[in-house]
Design a protein around this ligand. Sequence first.
Ligand code: B12
Length: 218
Amino acid sequence: MLKIQKMLVGAMARLDETMVMNLVKQGLQMGINPYVLLEEIRIGTDRVGELYSKGEYFLSDLIMASEIFKDVLTLVNQDRVVTAVVSYPTVIFGTVEDDIHDIGKNITTGIMRYNGFDICDLGVDVPGPKFIEAIEKYNSRVVCLTGLITEAFDSMKNTIALLKEAGLRSRTTVIIGGLVNESVKNYTGADYWATDCTKVNELCRNILVNNKRIMQSS
Ligand code: B12
C-alpha cells in the first residue's frame, strides 16, 4: 500500500479534513484510482465508528465524518470523466426503512453508473412497498439494499418478504450492502451480500448480461 493511502486512513480517523482533502488531491494527481482512495477513507470512517462505540467520539463526530466523506465524493466526481458506454437494465437501489446512512450507497451507485448501469436510487429510509413499486415500474431484476444499523436488518427482511408476497422474488436478485455479513444475508433472505462496492459491478453484470448467478465470495 502506498504511503498516501496509509496516511488517508489516519487522517480520516482523526477527522482532519484539510489533511484528507490534500491527500486525495495528491492521490488523484498521482493517478491513483479514486475508488482506492475512497476505500482507505472508508476504513478511516470504520475507525471513527469504533471510537464512537467506545464513547471517545460523539454524534457530532459521526456527522463530521459524513461531511468529510461528502466533500471527498464531490472532489472525486469533479475529477472524473463519465464514460459509460454499455447499457444494462435498471438496478434499484435504496437505504432501507429506518436507516439514513447513504454515503456507501452513493459511492456504489456512482461506480455503477460509471460502469454503464442504469440506476434508480430511491434514497434513504425507504419503506418496503416503494422498492416493490420501483421493481414493477422498471421491470427490474436486481434490487440493492443498503443498511448500517441493526434495525435495518429487519427492514431488509420485511422488504424481501414483500417481494415474495408480490410474486417477484424468483425473478429478482437481492444484494445487500453496508454493515452486513453472511449471517445478515441468511437472516434477511438476500441472495448476496457485499461490503466492497466494486464487487457489485461484476455481480450485476453476471446477473443482467450473462443471466448467471455466481457463488457468494465476499
Ligand atoms: C457517518 C455515520 C453516520 C452519519 C451518516 C451520514 C450519511 N449521510 O450517511 C450520521 C451522523 C447521520 C449517522 C447517524 C447515526 N448513526 Co451512524 N455511522 C456513521 C459511520 C461513522 C460511517 C458510515 C459510513 O458512511 N461509512 C463509509 C461508507 C463508505 O461505508 P459503507 O456505508 O459501509 O459502504 C461501503 C460498503 O458497505 C458498500 N455498500 C454500501 N451500500 C451498498 C449496497 C450494496 C448493494 C452493495 C453491494 C455494497 C454497498 O460500499 C461502500 C464502499 O465500499 C458508521 C461507522 C461504521 N463503521 O460504518 C456509524 C454507524 C453505522 N452509525 C451508528 C449509529 C448507532 C448511528 C445512530 C443511531 C446514532 C444516533 N445516536 O443517532 C444514527 C442512526 C440514524 C439512522 N436512523 O440511520 C452505528 C450503528 C450500530 C448498529 N449496529 O446499529 C455505527 C456502526 C457506529 C458505531 N460503531 O456505533 N451515522
